[in-house]
Design a protein. Structure first.
Length: 179
């Protein structure tokens, strides 16, 4: 068996719940190119590594959700054992991706306004077909979703682990108590 444990990896999907009885699973997609990345026969290293490697057997989209079936995962019980598993590729394999960010790259980054005022930290990145959403745990404990577009998030500084946001008035106050 080939060693599929790369030294530097990028998550391209996270396995969710089983779908149906034949071993298919839902996945949260973390790639800009799912139609090219998820093809029958593609092999993925996994996080945690002991759950893989996994080779795609079937791929289909149902109501906008990717459903994947893997070799050696014949039923719902086997599919359930994969829940939460990350599908990862090496840095070289990820090089063909469009420029972008992975959730693992941004978690814990400080989120500040352009004037330097710290408003919170990145707690998640929600990938969506049209635009991604940066989830920010605000300093007061509330959560806010900021569209991850250049106009609202003009700077991501990997070295200082800081994201600058320029939210329109009220965006960070939408979930305020009493509103």
């Amino acid at each position: 068996m080939t060693d599929m444990t790369p030294t530097s990896t990028h998550r391209v999907a996270r396995i969710g719940k089983p779908h149906g009885l034949r071993g298919e699973v839902t996945v949260q997609v973390h790639t800009d190119n799912p139609q090219d990345r998820f093809v029958p026969g593609a092999a993925f290293a996994t996080d945690p590594p002991q759950r893989g490697p996994l080779t795609l057997q079937t791929v289909r989209v149902h109501q906008g959700v990717y459903l994947l079936g893997f070799d050696g995962v014949p039923d719902r019980t086997a599919a359930e054992s994969l829940r939460g598993t990350g599908l990862v590729v090496t840095e070289a394999e990820a090089a063909d991706e469009d420029e972008g960010w992975y959730e693992d790259d941004l978690l814990g980054f400080t989120v500040a306004l352009a004037d330097g005022t710290v408003v919170g930290e990145v707690s998640a990145l929600h990938t969506r077909p049209v635009q991604d959403l940066l989830e920010v745990r605000l300093s007061d404990g509330r959560q806010a979703l900021v569209p991850f577009v250049e106009e609202l998030v003009p700077e991501v500084d990997e070295e200082s682990r800081r994201v600058v946001v320029e939210p329109p008035p009220g965006l960070l106050d939408l979930d305020a108590p009493g509103q």
